[in-house]
Design a protein around this ligand. Structure first.
Ligand code: BYC
Length: 472
């Protein structure tokens, strides 16, 4: 399963043996490169970045670190090894051998899932393209670019599936991935959260903590797919995703650590005076990014999701570890909904509630980082706790999108919302303040004053390592 970097498109799928497919992908490649140079990380053309590149998909053996010229990064097509005798573990085809080709009757549903997934990958690169100009350190700049090149590769992963398995309309969909752009009024990205800007580094850390984590849960559900090539590609993508969430978790943690340091040093909560980001503002960013990310799981009750499950296309998180019949026809699942003035949990059919179950798994996972951040605050002896807002807060999709709620889940009137939402979500003034802090720090070992240095460097390197070299 090693990867041949002599190939025009590095891959471990024997692309050489399928000339038609190889030619089609080689035809798509220049458009991708042009998109990267136009809408990828700004001003990165002359930088050598300490990046990891996949050399093998075997566990533990895939990461190779070294300085790479950004435009020369080798994007390729990598699938996790095939699992011999793999069978479909859920839905109407449970127990049948996993499909190597697309079942004709499920073609359009699979295409929709792959296109929705694929569309988010270049979208996030577009959202983050300006951030390099204001990096808080070379360490952070390197992490941003690592995330960006891997999101680019994740696009390759989905484009490969479209080209290899969907013929002409797959090729058209692959082209359209480069034509839609984040925030474009005429051709926006498919999911709403991917049309929001990532205007500053606090937003970037929140995005990689909360929104990349949606990616983890969606990819994990697609990794259960009966369509084996999709499962294998998602399994390898998940190994890359872990670093993105690490960047988010440690990034927010370092902003919190710096705030605490300034609070103790100056004996005040108002650390803005001293160039830090106060904990109250960090809480507002958590409220915003969590709420737009929970929207990404779709409607609580979804016949689309039920169909994907019954068809064997998209499972639940760690489907094979769940102890039930994996058909869900008569299984109940508790779903939150609005009733009168409040929020109640009622039993619904688990099959139509698979989106909500995945959201529940996601929310539990989000809480783990919050606990770690609160440990940093508690260890500083400060009386403050970051909290996750209620799932009813600030929703644009699902049953809560029709009501207004406080972060602790109390349903309120539109008038109260209009009056108070600036206390709960970043206001224009908050965003302006955070933006005002964003100034590039590019000397090795130096860090912007609003963020603490990391505990350790990348791949055993020191924190003052020259993670990025500027050439001209
Ligand atoms: N925005 O039945 P429902 C990542 C629409 S992130 C706008 O719930 P479904 C990454 C929906 O289209 C992971 N519209 O829909 C992270 C439907 O419309 P129709 C990305 C939305 O399809 C960071 C209607 O509402 N992967 O990888 O079951 C950096 C009914 O809703 C939204 C995936 O998303 C929305 N948020 O559920 C880089 C996985 N939500 O049909 C990358 C693939 C719903 O009525 N996608 N609608 O016209 C899916 O599994 C599903 O499409 C969704 C939505 C879970 C997203």
């Amino acid at each position: 399963m090693s990867i041949d970097y002599q190939e025009k498109i590095p891959n471990n799928v024997n692309l050489n043996d399928d000339r038609r497919l190889q030619r089609a992908l080689e035809k798509w490649q220049p458009g991708y490169q042009q998109w990267w140079s136009e809408l990828g990380p700004e001003a990165s053309q002359n930088m050598d970045v300490y990046l990891r590149t996949a050399i093998s998909v075997e566990p533990g053996g895939w990461a190779n670190y070294g300085h790479v010229k950004m435009p020369e990064y080798r994007w390729g097509i990598f699938l996790s090894p095939a699992e011999e005798g793999r069978v479909i573990s859920f839905g109407a085809h449970k127990g049948e051998p996993a499909w190597q080709e697309i079942p004709a009757e499920y073609r359009s549903e699979l295409r929709r899932l792959i296109v929705t997934q694929g569309d988010t990958e270049p979208a996030s690169v577009e959202q983050q393209r300006q951030l390099g100009l204001t990096c808080p350190s070379l360490y952070d700049l390197r992490n941003l670019f690592q995330v960006n090149v891997e999101e680019g590769r994740h696009l390759w992963a989905m484009v490969y599936l479209l080209h290899a398995h969907f013929g002409r309309d797959g090729r058209e969909e692959a082209d359209a991935m480069l034509e839609r752009h984040s925030g474009d009024p005429d051709k926006p990205r498919i999911l709403e959260a991917f049309n929001e800007e990532t205007p500053d580094w606090l937003s970037f850390f929140m995005f990689t903590y909360f929104t990349d984590r949606d990616g983890k849960y969606q990819l994990a559900s697609l990794a259960e797919s009966g369509f084996d090539p999709l499962s294998r590609t998602c399994r390898f993508m998940l190994t890359e995703e872990a670093h993105h969430m690490f960047v988010g978790e440690t990034g927010v943690g370092r902003v919190i650590a710096r705030a605490c340091q300034l609070m103790l040093e100056h004996k005040t909560d108002d650390v803005r005076k001293y160039g830090g980001i106060d904990l109250a503002t960090i809480q507002k960013y958590v409220n915003f990014h969590f709420s737009v990310s929970v929207d990404l799981f779709g409607q609580e009750i979804s016949t689309n999701a039920a169909n994907y499950f019954t068809m064997g296309l998209k499972g639940r998180f760690q489907e094979t570890k769940i102890d039930d019949d994996h058909l869900l026809k008569d299984t109940p699942y508790q779903v939150a909904e609005v009733k009168g003035e409040g929020i109640v949990f009622t039993d619904q059919n688990a099959l139509t509630a698979v989106n909500e179950r995945l959201r529940d798994d996601y929310i539990r996972d989000c809480q783990r980082g919050i606990d770690k951040w609160n440990k940093i605050i508690a260890e500083a002896g400060i009386d403050f706790a970051v909290t996750l807002p209620s799932r009813a807060f600030h929703r644009g999709i699902g049953s809560f999108s029709t009501i207004k709620a406080t972060p602790d889940g109390r349903i309120i009137t539109q008038a109260e919302w209009d009056h108070k939402h600036g206390q709960w979500l970043p206001s224009d003034a908050d965003r302006k303040y955070v933006t005002s802090l964003m100034k590039a720090v590019t000397e090795p070992g130096k860090y912007a004053p609003w963020i603490a240095p990391p505990g350790k460097g990348i791949n055993g390197q020191p924190v003052d390592f020259e993670y990025v070299r500027f050439n001209g």
